[in-house]
Design a protein around this ligand. Sequence first.
Ligand code: PMT
Length: 221
Amino acid sequence: VTEPDLAGRHVVVSAGGTREPLDPVRFLGNRSSGKQGYALARTAAARGARVTLIEANTGLPDPAGVDVVRVGTAVQLREAVLKAASDADVVVMAAAVADFRPETYAAGKIKKKDGQEPEPIVLVRNPDILAEISADRPRPEQVVVGFAAETDDVLANGRTKLARKGCDLLVVNEVGERKTFGSEENEAVVLGADGSETPVPYGPKEALAETVWDLVAHRLR
Ligand code: PMT
């Protein structure tokens, strides 16, 4: 039986992967499918929360009873998250956000020219949405949760990232070309700013989502 322990709460969840356009045809992107973020949104709604799901490029259908905002790039995601977070009790950043974007956008398709070397792509930094939300909370009691997608030294990198981002909880999961991205299952350790470590064994993404909400609900009380 699901407890309605998030009733009366507004939670904001980001899902999917940002795409940073190079020209009208091409982008820099990542392998996020949005499934973990959608599992968070569905389970929060089932626990009674009002849910705003901000999705980037997932192609997934809207979950029932959830407000969905669609964005493409990291800059658009930042705007949507900051707007929704202004009255939120909880913000969960499950989206895979591009750290960099191409400095310039070509209005027409970039063409290859015979006998010429390709032009290098110059990148500039994107805003760090999670760090910004954690530092400037629109409501002081707001609970902020980040995810960390790591390929090696998962826990050590996770601890460093938790400190750098300044969030309350950081869900550390290992990723690879065929690991976690796009799959129905996940395995993680949820690190708390208070030093806590909650391992979540390999299982459906819903199960990890439920553990995240258990930890969040405990902090909201
Ligand atoms: O979508 P699925 O296929 O189900 O896969 C799930 C997932 C692997 C995408 C998800 O579980 C996950 O780990 N999401 C976070 C991916 C990520 O961007 O990790 P990161 O270590 O690069 O970033 C750390 C945190 O900072 C994340 O909460 C991210 O949303 C946030 N961030 C990152 C960069 C940036 N410019 N702004 C941010 O807010």
